[in-house]
Design a protein around this ligand. Structure first.
Ligand code: ZN
Ligand code: ZN
Ligand code: FE
Length: 754
């Protein structure tokens, strides 16, 4: 019995070949728990065969366990692959979608091959998996390929144990498989003509909706300002960065710096979007104001065929490939959805008739601290499990409202859903329920506990409370810290440093710069940024001068106008006065300790941004100015203590930054001093808290730690002081990873220490 990711990855033919090598008799089959094998043969051959199974495995397989026992000899002389079946408990795992492999790419680009430019080419090493699967076991009738009967050529490959396509469930060719359809200006074409025409339309600067693996992309030339401007208008995304696709790593290197780790990620079977440092500001309008560009390689045969046609027509530059959705809605997965929701943005659609069962956005990864980390976990990674150090009864953790992803546990495995998105958008709540149903069916678990965020008004909380069974509310930043503890199986005591935009605190205020001590299955708040006002509440994430005004007034007192009034020249005076009065009267001014809002305010003070059009735009642009050359003089933060909790006061840093701005120092200098000052404050306060509690281990989490500079500075500073430092890799540090922490909280039975 073999468990792990062993279905849909060429495992049975692999076992078959191993059995042939040793001339064994018996069979191999898929069942609901994994792969079961019966083998008999002379002497030590069977034992050697069992060792082979653990030692040698197909590229995309992951073996979690191999268990074996003896059976009476039955005289089998031949080995065969038996029909799937069995009533064993469900623990088989569906593999994640796999990017086009090199063998299939070669066939795709070979004019003499029967699959030349065929956009649905795949084999046991590559192709769609999770996105087409309806239920386990992973066999063609249970996928969206069920409606396509294989032609004699494909059947022969499918039935030949020595063929690369042996039991490749989505196997297809131009004769029998799915095909593409282009709809452009009232005209419809299909097959190779549709691809050819699509390439022409893209080259001519049109924006199109292309159906990919987990949903639609909106695509256009990345070097066409007009096309990008049209796309931005239609999506109402004036600045938010768009990912681009380039045909090869060599092409990527022309525009971006690519490390070894980044190159491996680009070319991996998961094929995420990788955030790369730009060499120049080429394709500035794809990601305005940012030093990094999100890049991916063609990961489906459709992309590869399209790029080959584009190159033939003389275009090899990048295409913008951004999620085919409108603002924060779910990614469109079929043509009716795309026509309804993307028609304002796209002038043509290229769709296909292989239905997408589970929609999944592109994953996003970046390198920091010498490791690859996920910022968005979706296609290619879902439904791979995060292995836990210990298990328990199944938990459903509903995550938070921004960048939502939920988590289901089964034994010692945690299955995170693909990125769902912002749950304030009702369509994403439907996407949540649809995915919970689909993933629950694949995993066959019924959760004993449902964990959710402490926030009483979150949609994720409402969804949780609407489900049957026991509920558990988990504080947001405790969950962030525990997402790291879960990834590494850390035991207490440890210190969690959770820096993010906002999360509901146990005192009912908005938290976001938390030093949390975990010991003996309890946690307590041991330090945070001094509360400051958010005049207008959520508006502060977009009108960055608002939190800046609150911090400047707190730092300078009533005389703030003479010291910092000039910074607010771009703000209408009437509005400024109203907001100042709001702060003075404490009206509509929720208190926060959010690091995200502090960084927003500094991006305003540095002169980088007055208003933002997407979350964290100011801080991301501020970080993009780094490295800013030699700018000594880290900004200072004061620390005081009240009833066992440290309070970090940013007033000296705010004053120094205002002085730098007034002295005409460049924003890059302010950014450098801010980043080093913040990192130093984080390290010093962590040290102060940990020293008393005998703590040697620190977990860093929260969206702010996607800031590579901060993550690396804080990590280095803590290591210098002798700490072991851990941060998220497998799940996002932002709220996309929080469900893992909630699940771990429930499994381990954590409680807040009052
Ligand atoms: Zn392949
Ligand atoms: Zn065929
Ligand atoms: Fe958060």
């Amino acid at each position: 019995m073999v468990k792990g990711v062993v279905q849909g990855v060429g495992f049975r033919p692999h076992v078959y070949k191993l059995a042939l090598e040793r001339a064994l008799g018996g069979w191999v089959k898929n069942d609901a728990s994994g792969v079961t094998i019966e083998a008999e043969g002379p002497g030590g051959e069977v034992e050697a065969f069992v060792k082979d199974i653990s030692r040698r495995r197909p590229a995309a397989a992951r073996i979690d366990s191999v268990s074996s026992f003896s059976l009476p000899v039955s005289g089998k002389k031949t080995f065969f692959i038996a029909k799937s079946g069995g009533r064993a408990p469900a623990s088989a795992m569906i593999p994640a979608d796999l990017a086009l492999c090199t063998d299939c790419r070669r066939e795709l680009l070979d004019p003499s091959d029967r699959r030349h430019l065929y956009p649905f080419t795949n084999c046991t090493n590559c192709g769609p998996r999770y996105t087409i699967v309806k239920t386990v076991p992973y066999d063609r009738p249970f996928t969206t390929m069920a409606g396509f009967a294989m032609c004699p050529g494909c059947l022969r490959e499918y039935g030949d144990p020595l063929d690369r396509r042996f039991h490749a469930q989505p196997n297809a060719c131009p004769v029998c498989g799915p095909s593409v359809t282009l709809k452009a200006g009232g005209k419809i074409s299909s097959g190779p003509a549709a691809l050819e025409k699509t390439a022409q339309l893209l080259i001519s600067g049109r924006v199109g909706a292309l159906q990919s693996l987990g949903g639609f992309h909106l695509a256009c030339r990345a070097d066409d300002e007009g096309a990008i401007a049209a796309l931005r208008r239609a999506k109402r995304r004036p600045h938010k960065p768009f990912a681009v696709m380039l045909p090869s790593i060599a092409a990527v290197r022309e525009f971006c710096l690519v490390s070894k780790l980044e190159a491996a990620a680009l070319a991996s079977p998961e094929a995420p979007v990788v955030m790369l440092r730009r060499r120049s500001r080429a394709f500035e309008s794809a990601a305005p104001g940012l030093s990094k560009l999100g890049v991916m390689l063609p990961y489906t045969p459709l992309h590869a065929a399209l790029f080959s046609l584009l190159e033939k027509k003389g275009f090899s530059g990048p295409l913008v490939m951004t999620s085919g959705n409108f603002r924060d809605e779910p990614i469109c997965k079929d043509l009716p959805e795309a026509l309804k929701r993307l028609s304002g943005a796209a002038s043509f659609t290229l769709s296909h008739d292989r239905p997408i069962h589970n929609r999944a956005d592109d994953s996003v990864a970046f390198e920091a601290g010498g490791a690859l980390r996920l910022a968005r976990r979706a296609r290619g990674f879902v439904p791979a499990a995060v292995k836990l150090a210990s298990g328990g009864r199944s938990v459903l953790a509903c995550g938070a409202d921004l960048k939502n992803a939920f988590c289901l546990t089964r034994g010692q495995e945690a299955f995170l859903s693909q990125h769902i998105g912002d749950l304030a958008e009702p369509q994403n709540q439907d996407f949540f329920r649809e995915t919970l149903f689909n993933l629950g069916r694949l995993l066959k678990v019924s959760p004993a506990v449902t964990a959710h965020d402490l926030h009483p008004d979150y949609a994720s909380t409402a969804i949780a409370l609407g489900l049957p069974g026991k509920k558990l509310a988990v504080q947001h930043h405790a969950a962030h810290a525990l997402s790291v503890a879960a990834e590494y199986g850390l035991e207490e005591p440890f210190l969690g440093i959770s820096f993010d935009g906002t999360g509901y605190g146990s005192d009912g205020r908005s938290w976001g710069s938390e030093f949390l001590v975990f010991e003996g299955r309890t946690w307590r708040r041991a330090g945070h940024l001094k509360y400051f006002a958010l005049p207008g509440g959520d508006l502060c994430a977009f009108e960055l001068w608002r939190p800046a005004l609150a911090l400047i007034k707190a730092a300078f007192g009533p005389g703030w106008v003479s010291s910092a009034g000039k910074l607010f020249r771009a703000v209408p005076p009437g509005k400024l006065l109203t907001v100042e009065r709001m702060i003075d009267a404490g009206v509509n001014c929720p208190q926060t300790s959010g690091m995200g809002r502090l960084l927003d305010a500094f991006s305003f003070i540095a002169g980088v941004r007055t208003e933002a059009t997407y979350e964290a735009q100011g801080p991301m642009e501020l970080e993009s100015l780094l490295p800013g050359g030699k700018a000594g003089g880290a900004y200072r933060f004061n620390t005081s203590e009240a009833s066992g909790c440290l309070e970090i006061d940013p007033a000296p840093a705010v004053k120094a930054a205002v002085a730098d701005r007034r002295a005409g120092r460049p924003a890059a200098c302010i950014s450098t001093r801010l980043h080093s000052g913040l990192a130093r404050a984080a390290v010093e306060n962590a040290f102060a808290v940990a020293r008393g509690a005998g703590i040697k281990t620190v977990c860093l989490s929260g969206g702010v730690f996607q800031n590579r500079t901060l993550l690396e500075l804080v990590t280095a500073g803590l290591k210098n002081k002798g700490f072991r430092v851990y941060s998220n890799k497998l799940v996002p540090a932002n709220d996309g990873g929080i469900a893992l922490g909630q699940a771990w909280y429930a499994l381990k039975g954590y409680k807040q220490k009052i």
